[in-house]
Design a protein around this ligand. Structure first.
Ligand code: ATP
Ligand code: MG
Length: 137
């Protein structure tokens, strides 16, 4: 069964968008198989975004992810990795289509409210980073 890691970033939680985002994924038909709320340390954020360590925004990005509660989730369903990214929308909300989460609910790239794994390998790595096996149903 295909699974992906999706997180509502501190801006999404702070803005009260948790229920809205979960609702969109549930209504599509994907299944929530793990969820927790946590404030990640900066070191943890650096692990999560290690692929971006050479980018100029890396430090600010990790600082931001660790700045408040994050809702970490695992979602399951056929095609959930790719279609989950489709529901989320393009990285920069200025380019996200209306009807997507970022397109409807966000404005700037540094505050794009949600994260989704970008492929099968990262999905596996991110699920293992954020969750223990016994936390998944
Ligand atoms: P995410 O990994 O958070 O789901 P993504 O896969 O759409 O987003 P990535 O290229 O992995 O995009 O970038 C990770 C995050 O880094 C983005 O979600 C965004 O918050 C931030 N980011 C990306 N590009 C920029 C940029 N040019 N300036 C500032 N922040 C950026
Ligand atoms: Mg990414």
């Amino acid at each position: 069964n295909e699974r992906t890691f999706i997180a509502i970033k501190p801006d999404g939680v702070q803005r009260g968008l948790v229920a809205e985002i979960i609702s969109r994924l549930e209504r599509k038909g994907f299944k929530l198989v793990a969820i927790k709320i946590t404030v990640p340390s900066k070191e943890f954020a650096q692990k999560h975004y290690h692929d971006l360590k050479d980018r100029p925004f890396f430090n600010g990005l990790c600082q931001f992810l660790s700045s408040g509660p994050v809702v970490a989730m695992v979602w399951e369903g056929e095609g959930v990795i790719k279609y989950g990214r489709k529901l989320i929308g393009a990285t920069n909300p200025q380019a996200s289509e209306p009807g997507t989460i970022r397109g409807d609910l966000a404005v700037v790239v540094g505050r794009n409210i949600i994260h989704g794994s970008d492929g099968p390998e990262t999905a596996k790595d991110e699920i293992n980073l954020w969750f223990k096996p016994q936390e998944l149903v």
